[in-house]
Design a binder for this molecule. Structure first.
Ligand code: CA
Ligand code: CA
Length: 453
């Protein structure tokens, strides 16, 4: 068996003889590794295969993505379906090749997925100045959306330009695929991974810098003040099943919201979510990721509408464990309908913080063994945000080192929005639970891209 190095964060599969594993308990090996995410795969007889994270499958019982048929991604790929890519065009071509045959797409270095600049997506005649003039609330008002505007209007030209960007920055991930970064510096600038209507996908060891929507749409009717709304999540799991997001990093990179301008008195918001899980998606495990420096971070379910409820109810089962949620505003995640298990995560909150867990329609959140590091002035009662009447389970959570009843402290601080306890289900798909006080040390050291080995 390969030597284990103390203080390394490699998520290793250690293939050992059955006779060996009897002598070494999983706990002892984990301690020796100095870090978590260690999986023992026992084979008889021994195999000398080197550790290859691209071939790793989700361990049994590791969160909702292990349910039923489990999540193997492209682990079974033959040699013809293993690709190494260094460009956005090459990445999209690899994804499109070979249908749903198991495939592994290895990403090398940082891939620019957002094109040369926003101007490259503009259709002839598009003029943002004309857009601002035409839809200024002082003349357009605040009661009519722009949806009925004709194709040759400023909004029509915005729509056409946005469609060109949409086609460029989105990449469809097929079934039975593993997308994995090579080494410690792999990722995308401005990509939007579409995991849509497929089963069995793994995405690991990649840094995602949020896409910037070049053409946000003004909606005069979205709140009393109006809003600029953007598209393009870094990754979206849309109606898909068995997805494992592991050791990825999501940030706004070089363009945080603080650098964005305002128009009509509203922030010109060019970001959407970091990871949205919507439209009946099911069986997702998000482990050892970093979600950082962003506003609206993760949606589990994106609407309360009756049509959406019909698709989402009974689905949206997601596990978040050993993730770092740092310097976010809200939605970590905001949950509707789903049975979401969130345990052993570290939340770090400071300036601009709104809330972490959004308790939405028919959600059944279980939040246990998490650690919260809140700056001075951030109240523990704001960790939870009640959107709808939906009981949750919140046990054994620590705020700044102290065991804290998140529901009780919320209800004391926000008496008008009383939350009730009892999610109505008990998670069983957990491989290991670290004590909450140890979570910051483990997660800060080991979560995110570049820490897989
Ligand atoms: Ca670029
Ligand atoms: Ca979204």
């Amino acid at each position: 068996m390969a030597p284990l190095h103390r203080n390394e964060c490699h998520a290793r599969v250690i293939t050992v003889r059955a006779v060996t594993v009897r002598a070494v308990t999983a706990r002892a090996v984990t301690a020796a590794a100095g870090c978590a995410a260690l999986v023992l795969t026992v084979t008889t007889p021994a195999s000398a295969r080197p550790f290859d994270p691209a071939r790793q499958t989700l361990a049994a019982h590791d969160g909702w993505a292990s349910y039923g048929t489990g999540t193997t991604g492209g682990a079974a790929a033959d040699a013809a379906h293993v690709y190494t890519v260094t460009t956005w065009d090459g990445f999209k071509a690899a994804l499109a090749d070979g249908g749903s045959a198991p495939k592994i797409v290895k990403v090398k270095g940082t891939i620019d997925a957002d094109g040369p600049d926003c101007a490259s997506f503009e259709v002839p005649g598009y003029d943002f100045g004309a857009y601002l003039t035409r839809y200024d609330p002082a003349t357009w008002g605040r009661t009519t959306t722009l949806d009925a505007e004709p194709d040759d209007s400023p909004e029509g030209l915005r729509r056409a330009s946005a469609a060109r960007q949409d086609a460029y920055v989105k990449a469809d991930v097929p079934a039975n695929t593993t997308v994995i970064g090579v080494g410690r510096d792999a990722g995308f600038k401005g990509a939007s991974l579409q995991i849509k209507g497929v089963d069995n996908v793994i995405v690991r060891n990649l840094s995602f810098e949020s896409p910037l929507d070049c053409f946000p749409q003004w909606d005069p009717t979205d709140t009393a003040a109006g809003n600029w709304n953007s598209e393009y999540d870094s990754a979206v799991i849309y109606g898909s099943t068995h997805v494992w997001m592991d050791h990825d990093t999501f940030t706004d990179g070089d363009h945080p919201d603080s650098t964005l301008p305002s128009y009509f008195g509203r922030l010109y918001e060019q970001h959407d979510g970091e990871l949205d899980i919507v439209k009946g998606a099911d069986y997702v495990t998000a482990s050892w990721n970093v979600f950082a420096d962003h506003d609206k971070t993760i949606l589990v379910g994106n609407s309360d509408s009756a049509a959406t409820a019909a698709v989402d109810r009974g689905h949206l089962k997601v596990t978040f464990h050993h993730d770092l949620f740092s310097n976010l505003v809200e939605r970590a995640p905001r949950v509707r309908f789903g049975q979401v298990d969130s345990y052993d995560n570290h939340f770090v909150a400071g300036d601009g913080y709104s809330y972490s867990y959004g308790i939405g329609m028919e959600s059944q959140l279980v939040a246990e063994h998490n650690a919260f590091t809140l700056a001075d002035g951030v109240n523990a009662g704001s960790v939870l945000k009640k959107w709808k009447e939906a009981p949750l389970t919140a046990d054994d959570n620590y705020v700044n080192g102290a065991l804290t009843d998140l529901i009780a402290v919320h209800n004391a601080e926000v008496p008008g929005e009383v939350l009730r306890s009892g999610a109505g289900w008990t998670p069983t798909l957990r491989t290991r639970v670290d004590p909450a006080p140890a979570v910051p040390g483990i997660v800060d050291h080991c979560a995110g891209a570049g820490r897989l080995g």
